[in-house]
Design a protein around this ligand. Structure first.
Ligand code: FES
Length: 176
């Protein structure tokens, strides 16, 4: 029956009207909720996915960090270099600081150690007198090659993969 809705509506235009658990179209035909897509769900899902997705996203980083010209590091003496990296994890942005000891063994032979103690992650320092990396937390000690010589550290200092291109030393950094 057509008299139920305003007659100025152009023919062929189907006006949808809410009535209880379903809808009436322009011709007054009942359309139950089963036959009508729930617009709230259709519109809401992508919006929710948009809101949630960044918080689940972790940006992994796999990169080479240049540390400087190899010739500038003294042979036989560990040199500390530090750098920072910004990291985005979902909504969170953080800045991480890194330290690395460069041990140049000869003109073109080099090893780069992380300065993070392998016991509980304190930062080690090079002690020239003792010729050792010393951890201030529990007196863990490592020799110049990173090997444990005293204390609780369970393994040698971690060494970075290195490369030298055009005289510049870089280390491979893998962040999760
Ligand atoms: S954290 Fe370095 S010895 Fe414990």
């Amino acid at each position: 029956m057509h008299g139920r809705f305003p007659s100025h509506q152009p023919a062929g235009v189907h006006h949808i009207s809410h009535r209880g658990g379903g809808l009436f179209d322009r011709c007054g035909r009942w359309a139950s909720r089963d036959r009508i897509p729930d617009l709230g769900v259709v519109v809401g899902l992508p919006a929710i996915a948009y809101l949630i997705e960044p918080s689940l996203k972790t940006v992994a980083s796999d990169t080479w960090i240049p540390l400087g010209k190899l010739e500038n590091f003294e042979i036989g003496k560990p040199s500390l270099v530090t750098f920072t990296r910004s990291k985005v994890n979902g909504w969170e942005k953080s800045t991480l600081s890194y330290g690395a000891f460069i041990l140049r063994k000869s003109q073109d032979e080099v090893t780069v150690f992380s300065n993070v103690c392998t016991h509980l992650s304190c930062r080690v320092n090079w002690d020239t007198d003792k010729q050792a990396y010393i951890c201030p937390c529990h007196d863990g000690r490592f020799d110049s090659t990173g090997k444990v010589i005293f204390g609780p550290p369970p393994r040698p200092l971690d060494a970075y993969a290195t490369k030298v291109e055009d005289g510049t030393l870089s280390i491979h950094l893998l962040e999760s």
